[in-house]
Design a protein around this ligand. Structure first.
Ligand code: 26V
Length: 810
């Protein structure tokens, strides 16, 4: 038996064994779980390859209009289970693995996550690829093949410790290296203008090599492509040194080039001084643009009709340099005059903004762009001049208006505002929830909206129901299949039909049993990774996301401490047992976030070991949060904490995943929580705290957190306990600064202002949870309302309203 003699139609067990023998190189009888994972992946890979070839041929033959989704991040997670499901191979693979006395889910657990992203933005890109493939849209995602993705988080003595995530150390079965697809990306040097001809005399270059991941669609043979670029030293570069016999120096020179695709940067540390990050941005954009232009010219005689055949999307401002790059290509390499090139550019690009936080808005020192990309700096100046001339005609004499609009921030060190470049270069700009999109045009983009009101729109985020329901929660998926049929996977609006099941006791019983089984699984996982035993009968209260002050994990901790104190004060009250579960990473340079992680551990240590508390309250922190950990947590949650200060969380997508899995939300009037409330109804969600206009008003009037501390004895007791070292007796001052930043330091995210409302709302949560039948009905109502949060809906809107792309006929 050999692989080529084992057709793709052979029984799966046979194909797995053939790959063990011929691809992996082991005797089927002595295959390790990791060998089995590799061999099963190879079976899927062969099918994916076939589908990719088929899809590409179709799209090429029809000269399809395509979407190009440029993103620095793709948080793909594991691939095996998703690929098998899309290929209808799950049952066969499970049968094949049974022969080796293994379960598919255990074998799938041997695959490392592809964690090429920080958080929400990167995971959204991954959900979008799944939906683009499923909707059959001709589409490419382009990004970087980081050697090291998001760091692995370990906790030592309550402290976060970061380890490199070498996800490629054993290779990956999922990538297709495209040796023939290599482009040169240039950097530095100077620009020569001679007789109207512009020449960029660069002084450095690097090769970009393509590695494809095939993204299967569900319910279709169509696939999408995720094309990731690896930086490689150009062949000729180090040879000279090498020939001179200096091998070590040659190796060093090679590294200088290849470091461009080594590591993903954390997104929540400032871009100051990170030349390498700027090079990464240009590197992947330049390679992607060359690739898409090659493809266009293979199908069309010139670039004149480029805008009719490709829609380029900027996932945040990270690829914004693409606007200047397309102008450079058109003007300098294809002899377009400026105005014609600019018109084409404006028809091609669109841009999504993912945050309003001023610290997160990307700007680059002009001097750095000048040094790394001198021609692009000239182009940005010209774009800016033409743009400001136009804006000056719109509001003559209003110099402040022009200063605010300028692509260059002139206050202090001159910097290029990448969001402004993105807005000016795009025909559509969108936010990611109704509130966020509304705030965009009233805050950071208000001046642009005055100029171009129709440019701004909303595309509320969504998540893929394949990964976040079908794959993560097979119990609930089976119940839905029995109740609704299987169509919900591709048409999540089907979930609406669950509304009629709310009063159905048999359905509710099954629904509750599934939730309990998922909680048992989560409790086992908690015990395994933290050593803490938690009761699956307690309310599982979950806050999982990046650790950031604006997301207010600290407010959650304040509630936990107040509950702890209340239980001690009144041990015989009918407490509703609770397990509070946190997970999330802090950027390695973000000291406050790290201190919050440590506090969670210190408070947990005290509470979990206090014999007076028992199961009434537990607090755990699950390390190394990522896609795969989320797949275990989401199905086991009862309560979803979405408690950011109103107006700060652009959308959130964890909120959608949790509600989809039957958790009730306790949250502020922020991001997509507002739309979740509209879908599930006010009675089925716990909204608390100041609303966005109230936050603004309070800050305007002058906010006095000290007042709350003095006026609320319960809050004072909580803050004093933390600040005085009750949870850190070995170092009583450990949390003094954290507490002082709230009471005396301005409490920028208004934790104390929202505290009373939050704690009162948590009491309502308890009251409902002590009526299990009612809770269950509301959980079902949540699932029923989640149809609109499918990323299929989101991508359908992008495709129709922004990209104007459609599936090609079969
Ligand atoms: C936020 C901040 C806050 C201030 C400090 C630095 C910093 C750096 C990055 C960010 C977030 C960057 C962009 C991002 O990941 N946004 C997330 O995008 C998700 C998908 O649209 C959305 O659901 C989240 O609400 C949004 O935070």
């Amino acid at each position: 038996m050999n692989v080529s003699a084992t057709p793709l139609s052979a029984p799966l067990p046979e194909q797995i064994n053939a790959h063990l023998l011929h691809t992996i190189g082991v005797a089927p009888g002595s295959a390790s779980p990791s060998d089995l994972m590799q061999a099963t992946a190879q079976v899927a890979r062969a099918q994916l390859s076939k589908r990719w070839v088929y899809t590409q041929a179709k799209e090429k033959a029809q000269k399809a209009r395509r979407v190009v989704y440029l993103s620095m991040e793709f948080l793909m997670g594991r691939t095996l289970s998703n690929a098998l499901a899309a290929l209808n191979l799950t049952e066969g693979a499970a049968a094949g693995l049974t022969q080796h006395a293994q379960r598919l889910e255990d074998i799938a657990g041997h695959e490392p996550d592809a964690a090429l992203g920080n958080g929400g933005l990167g995971r959204l890109a991954a959900c979008f690829l799944d939906s683009m493939a499923t909707l059959g849209l001709p589409s490419f995602g382009y990004g970087i093949r980081y050697e090291y993705g998001m760091f692995a988080q370990d906790i030592q003595d309550g402290n976060q410790v970061e380890y490199p995530d070498s996800w490629l150390k054993d290779g990956t079965p999922w990538e297709f290296p495209r040796a023939d697809l290599t482009y040169t990306v240039r950097f530095g040097g100077s620009v020569v203008h001679l007789d109207g001809q512009v020449t960029w005399k660069h002084d450095g270059e690097v090769a970009a090599k393509a590695y494809d991941m095939v993204v299967p669609g569900h319910g279709t043979e169509k696939v999408s492509t995720l094309r990731l670029w690896k930086a490689v030293a150009p062949d000729h570069i180090d040879l000279g040194v090498f020939n001179a016999g200096d091998y070590a120096r040659a190796a060093f020179a090679k590294n200088e080039y290849e470091n461009i695709s080594w590591v993903l940067y954390p997104n929540d540390s400032t871009p100051a001084g990170r030349e390498l990050r700027l090079k990464q941005e240009y590197f992947f954009v330049a390679a992607s643009m060359q690739d898409l232009i090659c493809r266009h010219l293979a199908e069309h005689p010139s670039l004149d009709n480029l805008a009719e055949h490709v829609a380029i999307h900027l996932n945040d401002t990270h690829p914004a340099i693409g606007v200047a790059e397309l102008m450079r290509i058109l003007c300098d390499e294809h002899a377009f005059d400026w105005d014609r090139a600019w018109a084409l550019c404006g028809k091609t690009f669109s841009y999504t903004n993912h945050t309003l936080m001023p610290e997160a808005l990307e700007t680059w020192p002009l001097s750095l762009i000048q040094q790394v990309l001198p021609r692009h700096m000239e182009i940005i100046f010209r774009i800016n001049k033409e743009f400001l001339d136009m804006a000056a005609r719109f509001r003559p004499g209003d110099h402040d208006f022009l200063k605010r609009l300028s692509l260059i921030d002139e206050t202090g060190e001159r910097r290029v505002r990448m969001a402004h470049l993105s807005v000016v270069g795009s025909h559509q700009v969108n936010g990611v929830s109704a509130l966020h999109s509304e705030l965009l045009v009233h805050t950071i983009f208000a001046d642009f909206a005055a100029l171009w009101p129709k440019r701004f729109t909303n595309m509320t985020n969504g998540v893929t129901p394949r990964r976040w329901l079908a794959q993560a929660n097979p119990g609930l998926a089976t119940l839905l299949d029995e109740t609704l049929g299987k169509a919900w996977r591709l048409d999540l609006d089907q979930l609406k039909r669950l509304e009629s099941c709310q009063g159905d006791a048999a359905f509710a019983g099954k629904f509750m049993a599934i939730k309990r089984a998922n909680k048992v699984r989560l409790a086992d996982f908690i015990a395994q990774v933290t050593g803490v035993q938690v009761s699956p009968d307690s309310l599982f209260d979950v806050q999982v996301k990046r650790i950031h002050e604006y997301k207010r994990q600290l407010l959650n901790v304040l509630h936990v401490v107040s509950r702890y104190q209340a239980i001690l004060a009144n041990p015989d009250a009918p407490w509703v047992p609770r397990t509070v579960i946190f997970a999330g990473k802090a950027a390695s340079s973000y000291q406050v976030a790290k201190s919050i992680i440590r506090l969670i551990h210190d408070v947990g240590l005290t509470i979990n070991n206090d014999p007076r508390i028992g199961d009434k309250l537990k607090l755990v922190f699950l390390p190394n949060y990522g896609v795969s950990v989320a797949e275990v947590i989401m199905p086991g949650a009862d309560l979803s904490e979405q408690i950011s200060t109103a107006g700060t969380e652009a959308s959130g997508t964890g909120n959608m995943k949790l509600a989809l899995n039957g958790a009730l939300t306790i949250g502020t009037d922020d991001g997509a929580n507002i739309e979740i409330r509209q879908q599930v109804g006010d009675d089925n969600i716990f909204i608390f705290g100041l609303k966005t206009p109230e936050v603004r008003q309070l800050r305007l009037e002058g906010y006095h957190p000290l007042q709350h501390y003095q006026d609320n004895p319960e809050l004072k007791a909580v803050l004093d306990a933390i600040g005085d070292g009750q949870f850190s007796p070995d170092d009583p001052e450990r949390y003094r600064a954290l507490v002082n930043s709230l009471v005396w330091g301005g409490d920028h995210y208004l934790l104390l202002a929202d505290y009373a409302s939050y704690v009162a709302t948590q009491a309502k949560v308890d009251a409902l949870y002590s009526q299990p039948d009612l809770w269950c009905q509301r959980a079902i109502r949540n699932v029923a309302g989640m149809g609109v949060f499918s990323s299929d809906r989101t991508i359908g809107q992008y495709a129709r309203d922004i990209w104007r792309v459609a599936p090609i006929p079969d």
